[in-house]
Ligand binder design. Structure first.
Ligand code: BES
Ligand code: ZN
Ligand code: ZN
Length: 506
């Protein structure tokens, strides 16, 4: 991806497309200088506006063909009402634009920057870049179809030149967005891959490769023997039904070695969830997504490295399949956890909380974290409660909860706090073990979180993010592709960038 910028309108290079921003109900292009220079297009643009064929609504697109311009064509891009402009609106408009470009194979863009907005240039740059880049993605294709005559199958936008960027802010923001999106694409590729390819051994090999490629990332992979030695016994229980060994991944990035502040991200890594012996009666076809938490945790380490963040962050991912097999763990049986507490496994489809319990307890005991955030496609119930508009967030720490909500608003990877009432724990009382893993559908997401809380050292600040409805979807959002979204990388990076300075020094 080539990202460049210049203040001048005149010195544009050849490109597939010139993008001109428009406000809704304004009869003039913004910035004005571009319209005055486009004499050949002036009439056509005025006709589009006067007839109302183009209104400048958010994400609205109209194509024009202009004489004597370095671009093959010009797109008028609606940004909605000027007074209502905000970063998320920019993401949506430029995301829609990127999707149009991908469909038409317009891959090099000269993008005129809107001027005199109430947003700063860096905010403008962030919104436009994130919209364009988050949408600039193709799922690695498994289709048999041949590339078209131009060999253009699945090509991506490869060059963006910002026109009228008076300061460096726009190119800086777009470079930052690109680094972030590298991690987001990595997460999406892992989640979108076939479950029979993206297996526990495959993930282990991928993260080892990251460790070789990036010396700033220290990678440790526990194999089955080591997992047995560490007594990650709930992970082993879930793994029983699988023909593939489990893996336990640890990726460490130390951007501020002087500081003791340390964030651990724990990600659920079920590479496929059949439900186990409580075999799923519906929805199994989306269950390759059940390692999205693990993929996101890995993506956060990658993004922290690419952005050279001055923070210490570790990703921990317990990884296994949850299979229906003669060897599968049996509902009703009791297993001991890494923590020591025993668990009556009341539903083998509630496997996520089991492997997370061991990872949370391992992280609490061994990694000396300041805070732990776990990310998991944990419950279908979170989709019933919130849909794909927000991830569920449950936290025992007011400050961390507030910081996550704030980061969610900035990135629009929103989180909605749900209660962690002590009473929910009552529902997990067992006659034969320290606790049950599951007790029916009522308050499903909250009870799952209260189960997890039992395995976190109470002195550690902790939050749980249920990303079951946001990590993977079949609806096509404005700047998100279908299927894996990569949700959570931008959220946590935003959080890490704004960690309280005082704590970071301690
Ligand atoms: N992986 C699922 C949760 C899930 C559902 C993720 C939909 C993504 C989309 C989880 O392991 C699961 O099976 N949960 C069950 C409930 C369980 C407690 C019996 C569910 O949510 O239905
Ligand atoms: Zn399950
Ligand atoms: Zn699951």
């Amino acid at each position: 991806m080539k990202l460049t910028g210049a203040a001048h309108f005149e010195k544009r290079k050849k490109a597939d497309l010139l993008v001109l921003p428009f406000w809704q109900h304004e009869k003039q292009a913004s910035p004005a200088f571009s319209l005055s220079l486009l004499e050949s297009g002036k009439k056509a643009i005025q006709a589009l506006l006067e007839t109302g064929d183009f209104k400048g609504k958010e994400g609205e697109v109209a194509v024009l063909y202009l004489d004597k311009q370095p671009e093959k064509r010009c797109v008028l891009l609606g940004l909605g009402k000027e007074k209502l402009l905000h970063i998320e609106g920019l993401r949506r408009s430029y995301g829609t634009l990127a999707k149009t470009c991908l469909g038409k194979k317009w891959l090099s863009l000269n993008v005129v920057v809107p001027e005199k907005t109430q947003l700063s240039e860096s905010e403008l740059g962030r919104g436009m870049s994130e919209g364009l880049l988050l949408a600039n993605y193709h799922i690695p294709s498994l289709k048999h179809s041949q590339p078209d005559q131009d060999g253009n199958e699945n090509k991506l936008i490869h060059s963006i030149h910002w026109v009228g960027a008076s300061s460096k802010a726009i190119t800086q923001e777009s470079e930052k967005a690109f680094k972030l999106c590298q991690a987001v694409y990595y997460v999406r590729d892992l989640v979108n891959g076939n479950a029979d390819e993206v297996t526990p051994p495959y993930l282990a090999q991928q993260v080892k490769e990251l460790g070789r490629q990036y010396p700033e990332i220290k990678v440790t992979v526990f194999d089955k023997k080591r997992i047995e030695k560490e007594h990650l016994d709930l992970l082993l229980a879930v793994n029983r039904g699988s023909s593939l060994d489990p893996a336990f991944l640890i990726l460490e990035y130390r951007g501020n070695p002087q500081s003791k502040d340390h964030t651990v991200i724990v990600g659920k890594g079920i590479t496929y969830d059949t439900g186990g012996l409580n075999i799923k009666s519906s929805g199994m076809e989306t269950m390759k997504c059940d390692m999205a938490g693990a993929a996101t945790a890995i993506g956060i380490i990658l993004a922290a490295r690419h952005l050279k963040l001055k923070v210490n962050v570790t990703a921990v991912a317990p990884v296994t399949e949850n299979c229906t097999d003669a060897n599968s763990f049996k509902p009703g049986d009791v297993y001991k956890s890494h923590h020591g507490k025993t668990v009556e496994m009341t539903n083998s489809d509630a496997e996520g909380r089991l492997i997370l319990a061991d990872a949370l307890s391992y992280a609490s005991k061994k990694l000396k974290p300041t805070r732990i955030i776990d990310m998991a496609t944990l419950t279908g119930a979170i989709d019933i409660a919130l849909g794909s508009e927000a991830a569920g967030m449950l936290s025992s720490d007011e400050m961390l909860a507030a910081a996550l909500i704030q980061a969610g608003q900035t990135t629009f990877e929103r989180v909605w706090r749900m209660p962690l009432y002590d009473e929910y724990l009552e529902r997990l009382k067992s006659d034969i073990a320290d606790l049950k893993s599951w007790n029916g559908r009522s308050a499903g997401s909250c009870v799952a979180a209260i189960f997890l809380r039992e395995f976190v050292d109470p002195s550690i600040s902790w939050a749980h993010l249920d990303i079951a409805s946001t990590a993977y979807g079949t609806d096509n959002k404005k700047y998100l592709p279908k299927y894996a979204t990569g949700m959570g990388v931008r959220l946590i990076i935003e959080l890490l960038e704004h960690l309280p300075k005082a704590k970071a020094k301690s």
